[in-house]
Design a protein around this ligand. Structure first.
Ligand code: TRH
Length: 339
């Protein structure tokens, strides 16, 4: 498909994930030869995740340009500015308007993915849901990611950060929100020598001291591709939210996921749905539920590797999200060139 102009609208609610997901998609589309205008109401996270930008991607402050591109994506139902919607309607050939939704493993996602939402001004907005099954929009995954992962030298990466594993020491990454189970995790980690990698933000605010046996390694901000390296360096990953979850899947090591906590408790259903997709054995289920405050104490650090390897293999067999998005846009445009 020839290079298109994509306008990607993002409002940052909190944390890093809104900007992180949008940036990852923008960078991938740019690498595929498209022109992306990422319109964001708070670019502060990008200064940490992507200080050097990416080819083909222009970052613009909200409300963004007076014109509309070939494709307009509103991330997470963020409602593009009224002037943008007017510019979309004014185009001779209206753009493909997509609402890129939050990631969830729940069953209803398959039913909602790809549905149209006719608008009062005659335009149609399409729901595009990322997901873990063939009947969803898939997951973000850059071409060549697995080859890079296989060639990765974790000791060299750790040494670049002044870190060295001692014999027999395991490496654990902790990327989390506030969590009442943290003391239990630290106590459990201290049972065997552990190098605990702490990314910026909550993890470093929450963990300033550790019991004997646990070496703390607070890290500087990592550019988004380097965040993958952090997960690849570990034997066990604790991840959260949306984007680091997907990256933990591709890393392949056992991981414990902390869902973004929501007041109405809907995160419990999200945790359960992902456990089902993972085909999680009882010990993984117990660990995840404990970490998410949904069940009592359970071991958090002795997870079997096989289910995670199998989950990655199943998901690698699916088309990635950017590829599916391109195919979706072609269909809605009424054109069918090879993508
Ligand atoms: O930051 P998060 O908790 O984001 C969350 C989720 O997206 C959630 O679904 C959303 O509702 C909420 O925000 C508002 O976790 P997530 O999704 O893993 O995003 C973290 C991003 O930050 C990810 O792209 C990796 C990136 N990152 C780096 O690139 N370098 C770093 O040094 C750090 C600490 C993070």
């Amino acid at each position: 498909m020839p290079g298109l102009t994509w306008d990607l609208y993002c409002r940052v609610i909190d944390n890093l994930g809104d900007a992180g997901v949008c940036w990852r998609l923008a960078a991938q589309l740019g690498a595929l030869g498209h022109r992306v205008r990422l319109v964001i109401d708070d670019a502060a996270p990008l200064a940490h995740l992507a200080p050097r930008g990416a080819p083909g991607v222009q970052v613009l402050a909200w409300p963004g340009p007076a014109t509309a591109g070939d494709v307009v994506i509103e991330a997470f139902g963020c409602d593009p500015p009224e002037a943008t919607v007017a510019a979309m309607a004014a185009r001779a050939r209206p753009p493909v308007w997509i609402n890129l939704e939050y990631l969830s493993a729940e069953d209803w996602v398959e039913r909602s993915h790809g549905l149209p939402s006719p608008q009062r001004n005659g335009l149609t907005k399409w729901f595009f849901f990322p997901g873990f099954t063939a009947r969803t929009g898939g997951l973000l995954r850059e071409p060549g990611l697995q080859a890079q992962r296989e060639a990765f030298d974790r000791d060299a990466w750790l040494q670049q950060r002044g870190l060295q594993r001692t014999p027999g020491e395991r490496v654990v990454t902790l990327f989390c929100y506030a969590n009442p189970a943290l003391p239990a995790l630290l106590a459990e980690l201290s049972a065997s020598p552990t190098l605990l990698l702490l990314p910026q933000g909550w993890p470093q605010r929450l963990v300033s001291s550790a019991p004997a046996g646990v070496r703390l390694a607070p890290l500087p901000w990592l550019e988004q591709p380097d965040f993958d390296h952090l997960l690849w360096a570990a034997d066990l990953n604790f991840v959260r939210g949306e984007d680091s979850l997907v990256r933990a899947v591709w890393a392949g090591a056992p991981f414990v996921w902390q869902a973004y906590p929501q007041d109405d408790g809907v995160h419990a259903a999200k945790v359960d749905a992902l456990l089902v997709r993972l085909q999680a054995p009882p010990e993984v289920r117990a660990a995840w539920q404990h970490w998410n405050g949904l069940a009592g104490a359970a071991p958090l650090t002795t997870l079997p590797a096989t289910p995670f390897h199998a989950f990655r293999a199943r998901l690698l067999a699916q088309d990635d999200l950017a590829r599916q998005l391109l195919a979706f846009v072609e269909t809605r445009n009424g054109t069918h060139p090879a993508c």
